[in-house]
Write a protein that binds this ligand. Sequence first.
Ligand SMILES: C[S@@+](CC[C@H](N)C(=O)[O-])C[C@H]1O[C@@H](n2cnc3c(N)ncnc32)[C@H](O)[C@@H]1O
Length: 258
Amino acid sequence: MHWYEDDGFWVDFSEVMFPPRRRAAIAELVEGSPLFDHPAGTRVLDLACGPALYAVPLARAGCRVTGLDLSPAMLDRARAACAAAGVQVRLVQGDMLTHVEPESYDVVLNVFTSFGYFDAPEDNLRVLRNAYASLVPGGELVIDLMGKEVLAGWIGRPQVVELDDAYVVQRDTVLDDWTRLRTDWTLVRGATAREASITSQLYSAAELRALFENAGFTEVSCHGDFDLSPYDQRARRLIVRGVRPGGPTGDERKREDA
Ligand SMILES: C[S@@+](CC[C@H](N)C(=O)[O-])C[C@H]1O[C@@H](n2cnc3c(N)ncnc32)[C@H](O)[C@@H]1O
């Protein structure tokens, strides 16, 4: 089994990845970020949606959201979050490596470093090609992850995250000449420790941009945060956006929205 197929991993480390304060912060982010400023009715595919931290506020803002995830446990949490928020989200269990719904979405989102999970580089490219196929012409793909350049600024120091009754130590190791990253997680609760290792592909802005272009996307842009600031020395994330060609141009879309 690959690490990302292990439901137990997502459940055991969910307190670190999906704490309640992150849900609240994302709700604010979705309201304020130009990246999520979509007209009501926009069809959004949240690829690797987890417990619906993005799907809920997007649905609340009027988008028609589908959340896709491989993990049944994460989908259960997503279902509970949507019910608690009183929003409708279509939740689907599936694998981003194979999932395609031809020309069905205006936006495909893949956020919080949910990309680069496959060992074979061509499989990660395939995820982009699947997203391309699922978008209507003129639709956009947005990927948010920890860029190689950002990571290089702080990697090497193990991180400790304190939880209510436990703590997690996260240690990163760069592999294969900065092409891949292994993160070792240790969750310590009382006298017990739970360990897990995840390995994912690392991307610089230029590498991810090239991958988007290879998959057929145009108007590709790189940003350092959700406010669409440039990807420069102040970047906190790597956000790459690309458009499936064939729809209205960027200028035409702006005129339509005005
Ligand atoms: C880091 S979490 C991010 C979740 C969510 N995007 C967020 O921002 O909170 C990554 C998610 O990817 C899902 N996942 C892992 N491999 C997947 C795959 N091959 N296809 C679909 N989802 C996958 C996991 O179950 C997990 O929910």
